[in-house]
Design a protein around this ligand. Structure first.
Ligand SMILES: C[S@@+](CC[C@H](N)C(=O)[O-])C[C@H]1O[C@@H](n2cnc3c(N)ncnc32)[C@H](O)[C@@H]1O
Length: 301
């Protein structure tokens, strides 16, 4: 049983065991700079489980009945910082150039489906931002390229015959629940301008609820980027501020996986502190102003 003032200083071998287990499970790499954080979160879980030794907790983690506790530990180790319209310059690039290019290419082939993935979506702001920008880009595209389809009134968010599917995935169940709920505080809405607030959110008390039409387009699901199972036929993947917690071999494996789940000519977006430079030759870096994206190389390896 854990004592209330439990202190724990992990030995080197204990630390190594824990780092290895976390790395094998989800790819997160805890180097010397983040050891303190790992130790702090471990202590929290030990207290919660009313255990007072590292080894009794470790035995639980690797046991069949400890699967739920392992998921809770991983959840405690994730950094979930996010916001709507994060990295505005990159999103402008996505909105005005990348989406435009994809929509024109698809229209030529009479393929009216757009599949986007927010991998490591945290509480959903990134996925909902993608919907708002895709809906805008599609309305504009359809104005310039009338399809002959008469949309019923009131006009749907996505003009027919187009279909948009957005997958929002994460390893943490609590952030997925928050994203699914789609209710945000005034401070979380700070970067959403009034035009978008009016069109896509309902004010409920002092908070904002994502409207049904936008919610229906986003499918929140548990997915661990460490696994080999991957969603397929994506046009665009946003995996921003996730790879930075992985070490280089794991980053390379992840980029290879993204290559396999993108459609020909598909795009990958990573965070502003992340880059594919030196990690792969399967993507071309493209940029405009301060926005950067990586396009799958055709006929690539
Ligand atoms: C800092 S947030 C980034 C959120 C959003 N992409 C953004 O840029 O605003 C990182 C997210 O990645 C998730 N994550 C970490 N490791 C993961 C893994 N192996 N598989 C799936 N998601 C993971 C975390 O749970 C967290 O919600």
């Amino acid at each position: 049983m854990a004592s209330p003032g439990l202190q724990l200083q992990l030995t080197e071998p204990e630390l190594k065991l824990l780092q290895t287990l976390v790395y094998q499970e989800c790819g997160m790499h805890f180097d010397a700079r983040r050891t303190h954080f790992l130790q702090d979160r471990l202590l929290r879980r030990l207290k919660e489980c009313r255990l007072d030794s590292f080894y009794s907790y470790y035995r639980l983690l690797i046991s069949e009945e400890g699967k739920e506790e392992l998921a809770k530990l991983l959840e405690n180790l994730t950094v979930n910082e996010t916001s709507f319209f994060r990295n505005k310059a990159q999103l402008d690039f996505f909105h005005k150039h990348i989406l435009d290019e994809i929509l024109r290419r698809k229209q030529e082939k009479a393929n009216f489906s757009l599949r986007l993935w927010s991998a490591g979506c945290s509480t959903g702001q990134e996925a909902y931002t993608m919907v708002m920008l895709a809906a805008d880009a599609l309305s504009y595209h359809c104005l310039r390229n009338p399809s002959g389809y008469e949309a019923p009134l009131p006009r749907p968010l996505i003009p027919p015959p187009w279909k948009v599917e957005i997958l929002a995935s994460d390893i943490s169940y609590s952030v997925l629940r928050a994203g699914q709920e789609g209710i945000y505080s005034e401070s979380q809405m700070a970067s959403v301008d009034y035009n978008y607030r009016l069109r896509h959110f309902d004010k409920v008390g002092d908070r904002y609820a994502v409207k049904k039409a936008m919610k229906e387009l986003v499918h929140f699901d548990f997915h661990n980027l460490k696994t080999e199972y991957l969603p397929q036929h994506m046009d665009v993947i946003f995996c921003r501020n996730v790879m930075m917690y992985f070490d280089e071999p794991e980053q390379k494996r992840l980029i290879d996986k993204f290559f396999r789940c993108l459609n020909p000519g598909g795009y990958l977006f990573v965070g502003h502190a992340e880059s594919l430079l030196g990690l792969t030759d399967k993507f071309n870096m493209i940029y405009r102003n301060t926005g950067t994206a990586y396009q799958k190389v055709e006929g690539g390896p």
